[in-house]
Design a protein around this ligand. Sequence first.
Ligand code: FE2
Ligand code: FE2
Length: 209
Amino acid sequence: MLPIPDSLIINFDKALRTVFAPAASRRPYPDAGVEDAELSEAEKHHAAGLMRVNHSGEVCAQALYQGQSLTARNPEAAQALIEASDEETEHLAWCERRLNELGSRKSFLNPVLYAGSFGLGVLAGALGDKWNLGFLAETERQVEGHLDSHLASLPEQDAKSRAIVEQMKIDEVKHAETALAHGGADLPLPVKMAMKLSSKLMTKTAYYL
Ligand SMILES: [Fe+2]
Ligand SMILES: [Fe+2]
């Protein structure tokens, strides 16, 4: 039998944990100490839909970072990817706990989203650090845009979900800046548009599924 490379085992383990196991947070939860507001059933349902989209986005982020760190060539860039990926794990934990509090669940699409994003990450990494990091920066910028739209759409009194989304936004801005500081290139417009389109599809389906 052919030996199985360690990196393959580590990545498979990470994939299973991301999709099926609860994530942990090293930092305090951003909504710790924030009181849960009275929400109507409809508001709860909407907030849960948005937090499910955010959770799935974080599953994608895990997979992207994982794929990219496999193929990133510059050790400094690889380290930056790993550090950002740790923060994405925390985002995963925050969204997951909030989803539970709202009486809802994670998306059924997560295993598929993980697989697709992992493939994209490997592909971006194979194109070289300049494009790899450029892809990352653009992803983070688009996530920032999504988070902004969620802040505008979440029920006004849902301070717990808002606290989480606001801290995630701060982190995503930092991730984009880190990627650019390590030499990320500005992506061609058609690539940015294609990325926007596919994330739109993901957010629309993860809200319901
Ligand atoms: Fe994130
Ligand atoms: Fe991020």
